[in-house]
Each structure stands twice: as C-alpha cells, then as structure tokens.
Design a protein around this ligand. Structure first.
Ligand SMILES: [Zn+2]
Length: 143
C-alpha cells in the first residue's frame, strides 16, 4: 500500500531485516528503541486487523511467535517476552515482541511503554549490538 511505512520498508533492503517466515517478515526494532531482541512480526501483505488475515496467515502466526519467543529465551536469556499490537500510528498489522532480560532496570508496562514509544529504554545499545544479534538468530534459523 502506498504511504504505508511497513509496505514501503519491505520493498527496500532494510538494515533491521531479520528473516522471512511464510507470509510474514521479521524485523528488529531500530537502535533508538535501545533494546536488543525487540522484534516486529509483520504480514507481507497490507492488513490492518486480525480479522482480515487469511486462514493461512492465521494458522502460521502462533508457530512463528512461539519460535521467536523460544529463540529469545535461548539467545539473550530473556525471562519474559511481552507480545502486543497497537496499530495506532502505523495501521499495517505488526506484532511487537519485547523481551525482558535478567537485571533489566524496568519491566512490565513501563518497559513496553518506553521500548515501543519514542524515548527508548534508556539502555546503552549500539547498531553493532543489534547487527550481532540479528546474525546470531539468522545462523540459529539455518540461514
Ligand atoms: Zn502496509
């Protein structure tokens, strides 16, 4: 869809691209969010709500989320993985996977609000940290 940030992104080679899985593409959140392991799961097609997903798209999604969640537990020793959709600013359906690791200064709604919002978590995270994480999970996925 024209003017959709997500549709536009998938047409270019985005530095935060992680992998494709079935009808979905997985991206890492930008460095400004300051959270390694923060992922977005986005349908390839422009879809704005759950009920607009096809049966194939609906069937695949829990499996994709469970694989990614498990990967976050293993790769960065996440203790919790929060999952949510908001769709207020960007209408194209996208599921946020927000990990909380041991020793995180903030958790729960505060972590979700900061990570998903414009301010970021306040942790020192570099582009290299994210690149390294993306490469690890691509290897993990056999890519
Ligand atoms: Zn879109």
């Amino acid at each position: 869809m024209i003017n959709c940030k997500i549709c536009m992104k998938e047409q270019s080679s985005d530095p935060y691209f992680v992998m494709e899985k079935g009808h979905y593409v997985i991206y890492h959140a930008p460095v400004e969010k300051q959270l390694v392991g923060y992922l977005y799961v986005e349908p390839k097609r422009h879809v704005e709500s759950w009920h607009k997903l096809t049966s194939d798209e609906k069937r695949e999604l829990p499996e994709i989320i469970s694989q990614l969640e498990n990967m976050l537990y293993q790769e960065i020793q996440a203790e919790r993985v929060y999952t949510l959709t908001v769709g207020e600013v960007v209408r194209h359906l996208h599921i946020h996977l927000i990990p909380r690791c041991a020793g995180a200064a903030i958790d729960g709604l505060e972590l979700i609000q900061r990570a998903a919002g414009p301010m970021g978590t306040g942790q020192p995270v570099s582009k290299a940290d994210i690149r390294q994480f993306i490469e690890r999970i691509q290897a993990h996925n056999g890519k």
